[in-house]
Design a protein around this ligand. Sequence first.
Ligand code: 4NP
Length: 162
Amino acid sequence: MAEPFRLLFVCLGNICRSPAAEGVMRALIEVEGLAERVAIRSAGTGGWHTGKLPDQRMRSAAQNRGYDLSSRARQISENDLRDYDLVLVMDQQNLRETRSFDRESRFAPKIRLFCEFCTDHEVNEVPDPYYGGEQGFEHVLDLLEDGCRGVLQHIRQQSGLV
Ligand code: 4NP
């Protein structure tokens, strides 16, 4: 079988937005029967939370929608930029910081803002929910569910998946 399409989600801490994106996207590709064809992971531009499960508030909000978030936080590396086909960042700060790992600007075209793939929401960023209330986590999930559908469509077109 062909190599899977490799998709990486990136946020700051890798304990809220990007692990949730990973969970939402994984559920979507499983429903579509593409689990063997798309490899998904996430990372943070910062390494402070390395080894931790996602934030409990994010896990609870995701659990209520049927997503199990059980990845462990880790920091992005330059090798990730080499190895993944598409690197989707949550906000402008993530974009700047992810680009800073690409020291020779070799991977710029595959580093993109997640919200480019949203169709139901006119936004540029998935806002950091860490210091806010419960509603922020719901908003993150709304954006992720929207954008992940667009990401799936993009992957289907790019890699010829039916
Ligand atoms: P994330 O959220 O980038 O969506 O994982 C954050 C998690 C932790 C911190 C900031 C944002 N922090 O400052 O520790």
